[in-house]
Structure formats: C-alpha cells, structure tokens
Write a protein that binds this ligand. Structure first.
Ligand SMILES: [Zn+2]
Length: 288
C-alpha cells in the first residue's frame, strides 16, 4: 500500500529487492511470444549490460539513488521545500491505450504550465507517476500524475500558485495534496517523488462518511496491478529511457536520458534565480 503523499511509508528498496523484482519480470517475459525490441532489452538486462529502461527495477533504483546525491552536490538539499502531489486534467488513458501517453509531450505541457505561472523562477524536481484507477470497481484507466518538490516554503500563497499553475482533473476527489517537506526528510522525499512501484488505485464512496455538503467522501486504496495491467505498463515503460519521467524546472540534465551517471546543472544565471542555492555552492560553481 502506498499513500499519495506519504514518503515515510515507502522505504528505499535494496539492490537485492530490485534484482528479485527484475528476475520475476524476466521470467514472465521469457514465457511470452513476440516481445517488442524494448521488452527484449529488459529481458537481457544484466550486470555490465544494463537496459536503462524505465521498466527495469534495477536500472530505476540506480537512477533514483543519484537524485539526492545530485541535489546535495548542487547545494540545494537544505532549506524549505514543498511537496505537491497533483492529478492534472486530461491525463487519463483507457485500458489498452497507454501507448498513446506521449511522455515527451506531457513533460512539455507541464513545463509550459510552469512557464506561465508564478513558479517559473523556482527550482522544481519531481516525477511523473502512473496508476491504474478504478471507481466503485469500474475501470477509469491509466492516470498520470505529478509529484513535485518545489524549493520554497509551504505558504498559503505558494499553495495558491500551485493550484493556479496546474489545471486539475475534475474527476479526482483530491487533485492537489500539498505540504511542507519535514526537516531532514528531503532526500527521502526526493527519491519518493520518482516512483518505482506502480499500483491500482481503487476509489470508492463512503456512504457513512459524508462531506459538509452531504455527499459521500471518496476513499482510495492502493492494490497490486492485475497481470494484464502490469504487462501493459511494462511495455510502455520499457519504451522509455531511464529518467524520462523526470520533471525539472530551472535545472537541466547535463547527462542524457539513459546515461548511467546523472548530472544536473542550473539553467538560469546563478544569483538571478530564486533557486535557494547556498552561497557556498554558488561560489563553488563560479570558480569552475
Ligand atoms: Zn535494466
């Protein structure tokens, strides 16, 4: 079970866990005919010849491990951060149609939303998450959502800016969940922002638990994906190089997607950006 905004419930997986997950996936894939070239790549992932696809638990673990290291190297891991889980409008794909989800186009759309918003000068790091959603046991489809960390204190003003920046899904019971990142937990929350586990989110109405307006509240449970859902997701994830779900604002990847080593660099001139970079780190950058 995972909660939409509960990194404390999610432990970073060990190498052994990731390896066991990959072995399970590979043993499943060997039994299938007509594998796509991407899934064949995943099937042959091994030490020294890694697949570097989003579908691979081992490659994904390696990538996620580097996220906090990069934040520390840039000197942005300290200070105030706000975590926002957002379910945006028009990001649902029916069962069997996940291949229509164009990650590059989605990243561009998210970037445009931030361009036009008050968040444009903030440092943002996060990921695109995905779940298969059902409502009262009726399938809705694949829902893509955002989990973003914004380098700013979690004020009411910031919450408003986030709600204004990202148009929300009208179907989602709680499209925005925003809260301050607790002191000392930034690194854990950052790895959590780029998910490695994917679930079916089952929503159901609680007729005995009503909102102020008298309508039932909606509860959500995270369940394991069904076998055919898992296979559809694996096929889609395998099409994408590792890091393709990454959202960055005022930072850019200095190494291309799929590259084993992850490096970020600030995009705007240092000092002009509301980047929260520490003076020490700015000095270090200038000397380069
Ligand atoms: Zn791999």
């Amino acid at each position: 079970m995972t909660d939409q905004l509960s990194p404390q419930k999610s432990k970073f997986e060990t190498y052994q866990t990731a390896k066991t997950r990959l072995k399970k996936i590979q043993s499943r894939l060997t039994k299938l005919d007509d594998l796509s070239p991407d899934l064949k790549k995943l099937l042959s992932c091994k030490p020294g010849d890694r697949c570097n696809t989003e579908a691979c638990p081992v490659c994904l673990r390696q990538f996620r491990k580097q996220l906090p290291l990069e934040a520390v190297r840039l000197g942005i891991s300290d200070g105030d951060w706000t975590a926002a889980s957002i379910i945006p409008a028009d990001m649902v794909y029916p069962k069997g149609k996940l291949r229509d989800a164009d990650l590059k186009a989605i990243r561009k759309r998210v970037s445009k939303w931030m361009d036009r918003s008050k968040l444009s000068d903030k440092v943002v790091i996060g990921g695109i998450d995905i779940s298969f959603n059902t409502r009262s046991n009726v399938p809705i489809g694949w829902q893509l959502h955002l989990y973003l960390l914004i380098k700013a204190p979690c004020t009411e003003e910031l919450k408003q800016q986030i709600r204004k920046a990202f148009p929300a899904s009208i179907e989602a019971p709680r499209p925005y969940r925003i809260k301050a990142v607790a002191s000392g937990s930034f690194k854990r929350v950052l790895t959590y922002s780029y998910k490695s586990g994917f679930y079916c989110r089952s929503q159901f109405e609680k007729s005995d638990w009503l909102k102020r307006d008298g309508t039932p509240r909606v509860k959500t449970r995270s369940l394991s994906l069904k076998s055919e859902q898992e296979l559809e997701l694996l096929g889609w994830l395998a099409e994408h190089a590792i890091g393709s779900r990454l959202i960055l604002r005022n930072l850019r990847r200095a190494t291309p997607p799929g590259c084993k080593n992850l490096r970020f660099s600030p995009t705007a001139p240092l000092g002009k950006l509301d980047d929260g970079l520490s003076p020490r780190s700015k000095g270090r950058k200038r000397r380069r």
